[in-house]
Structures are given as structure tokens and as C-alpha cells.
Design a binder for this molecule. Structure first.
Ligand SMILES: NC(=O)C1=CN([C@@H]2O[C@H](COP(=O)(O)OP(=O)(O)OC[C@H]3O[C@@H](n4cnc5c(N)ncnc54)[C@H](OP(=O)(O)O)[C@@H]3O)[C@@H](O)[C@H]2O)C=CC1
Ligand SMILES: O=C(O)C1=N[C@H](C(=O)O)C[C@H](O)C1
Length: 254
């Protein structure tokens, strides 16, 4: 498989290139905003302004993208033009961004995943099962990440919230932190985002009621787990028809 990598000098871009090298994959090209002659894992990083020309010339099997919402939407548009599949792990999308990615998915396969780790896919199923079995219990969600993370709550937290609400078959009030006079009300779900040091990524779902508490926690010990999942998804999407895919719905096929 020949992959292209965007955001190549970012935390995830570097990790994707390192894992791709361990897997002996061919790198069609790597780009980053404002690149200026640097190399990552021996791969020259080219300016992202060259992305379209590189797509046209190199026609990779898939693009693997971990950048920011604005960049991802632009990269998806270019992938749609050239019919190149895109896997993106970017989080923090607005509704308009998602609509643009879905639109790109009408022309080329586009796969979005807020968390490419296998453990988080198991956490989603475990949270669903816990909420099904303990429908009256209070639910609180806490995510913890490194101090460089831009969006809050994390993309994974939002997917977890959707899953909990889908299981309850009701939208809950998502209460982001509490301050002052703020007693818990009804079905609300408290959402807590912590940012500290170099923590790779942690998500905890707490269910409590009836004099007991259940905590479901996932901790990523390395960014490799995200890169591994994204490259597995890239191999999968390279053979799929144009559509908009979500990693949670296809992960069990990988
Ligand atoms: N789905 C998953 O499993 C995971 C998802 N993520 C998500 O991936 C994204 C990136 O995370 P991370 O690698 O830690 O972030 P970094 O800030 O380390 O890297 C982001 C990279 O994208 C580039 N970039 C950002 N905005 C633009 C833009 N507008 N145009 C061109 N390039 C741009 C940055 O360039 P520059 O250096 O110039 O700023 C940088 O190289 C985040 O949304 C994060 O939440 C992270 C880990 C796992
Ligand atoms: O920014 C990160 O680092 C991470 N972002 C993803 C998210 O927002 O859920 C996944 C992972 O937790 C790491």
C-alpha cells in the first residue's frame, strides 16, 4: 500500500510515518503547512500548498490525515477531485465541516475516526452494555489529554456521549463541568476535560447509583495504537467504494 501523510511534522503525523516505516509501507508523499526542507523518518516533508499537485502526480492508495478541521476539509475536497480515499483522525469538526466531509464522500471514500485504538472500540461497547444494564444510574464522563490538545471535549468523548444517549434513546443535557450552585439534575451527563503534561489520552465513563459505582477506563500508553488503527483503516478503505464511513462502524471488520 502507498499512503500519503498530511500534518507530517505533528505529533500524530510523525507517529504515522514511524509506524508506516515499521510496516514497510511505501510513502507516496508527506506534507505539512509551511514545510521547509525537513524530513520525518527519512521522508521529505513538502509544503501543504503542493497537496493537490502531489495527489495528481502520485495517486496514493489512501491519504492518512491528522491535522485540524479546516485543513482536513480542504484535503478531503482535493481527495474528492482526484478520487483518492481519505482516512482522517482529526477531531473538533463543526456540523458544517461534517457536511463537507460527507459531500466529499459522494465522490471518494472518506473515513472519519475520533479514536483509532481497538481498546476504545471495546470501551464504546462496554459503555453501551453498562448503560443498558444500569439505566437509572448517573453517568459522568471524564477525558484527560496532554497540554497541547486544542479541542474539548475530545472527539472520543463526543462519540461516547452519542453512544450513551443512543442507548438511553434520549438526548441528555451535557453539562460541561460544574461551578457554584449546580446540583445534578435528571438524566444530565457531566463532561469533564482535563489537560496536563504529556498524557496521551484517557477516557473514563462513571456510572453510579444504588450505593455502588462502576468505572470503565481506557488509557492509551502510546500514539502508536492510533497510528496502527489508522493504517489498518487505510488498507481497508483503499478497496471500498465512495462513501462516508465512521471507524466505529467498520472497526470490527479490520
Ligand atoms: N483519531 C485518533 O485516533 C486521534 C486523533 N487525534 C487528533 O488528530 C489531530 C492532530 O493531533 P496532533 O497530531 O496531536 O496535533 P499536532 O498539533 O501535533 O499536529 C497537527 C498537524 O496538523 C497541521 N495543521 C494544523 N492545522 C493545519 C492547517 N490549517 N493547514 C495545514 N496543516 C495544518 C499542523 O501544522 P503546524 O505544525 O504548522 O501547526 C501539524 O503538523 C487532532 O484533531 C487530534 O484530536 C490525535 C490522536 C489520535
Ligand atoms: O488530541 C489527541 O491527542 C487525541 N485526540 C483524540 C480525541 O480527541 O478523542 C483521540 C485521542 O484521545 C488522542
Amino acid at each position: 500500500m502507498r499512503v500519503a501523510v498530511t500534518g507530517a511534522t505533528g505529533r500524530m503525523g510523525k507517529t504515522v510515518l514511524a509506524v508506516a516505516r515499521e510496516r514497510d509501507l511505501d510513502i507516496a508523499f508527506a506534507v505539512n503547512r509551511g514545510a521547509d526542507g525537513e524530513h520525518v523518518e527519512g521522508v521529505p516533508v513538502q509544503p501543504s500548498t503542493e497537496f493537490e499537485a502531489l495527489l495528481d502526480a502520485e495517486r496514493p492508495d489512501a491519504v492518512v490525515d491528522f491535522t485540524g478541521p479546516e485543513a482536513t476539509v480542504a484535503y478531503a475536497g482535493a481527495c474528492a477531485t482526484y478520487g483518492v480515499p481519505l482516512v482522517t483522525g482529526t477531531t473538533g469538526f463543526s456540523e458544517a465541516d461534517i457536511a463537507a466531509l460527507e459531500e466529499a464522500g459522494t465522490e471518494t471514500p472518506v473515513l472519519v475516526g475520533a479514536n483509532f485504538s481497538r481498546g476504545v472500540q471495546a470501551l464504546l461497547d462496554a459503555a453501551e452494555s453498562a448503560v443498558e444494564n444500569l439505566p437509572e444510574y448517573d453517568v459522568e464522563l471524564t477525558e484527560t489529554h496532554h497540554n497541547g490538545k486544542r479541542d474539548a471535549p475530545s472527539g472520543t468523548a463526543k462519540v461516547l456521549l452519542d453512544r450513551v444517549e443512543g442507548t438511553r434513546k434520549a438526548e441528555s443535557d451535557r453539562v460541561h463541568g460544574r461551578e457554584g450552585e449546580a446540583p445534578r439534575e435528571g438524566d444530565e451527563i457531566g463532561v469533564h476535560a482535563r489537560r496536563a503534561g504529556d498524557i496521551t489520552g484517557e477516557h473514563e465513563v462513571l456510572l453510579a447509583g444504588n450505593h455502588e459505582a462502576l468505572e470503565l477506563t481506557h488509557r492509551a500508553g502510546s500514539r502508536d495504537v492510533f497510528a496502527e488503527g489508522a493504517l489498518d483503516a487505510a488498507a481497508w478503505i483503499a478497496t471500498q467504494p465512495a462513501d462516508y464511513y465512521r471507524f466505529e462502524t467498520i472497526a470490527s471488520q479490520l
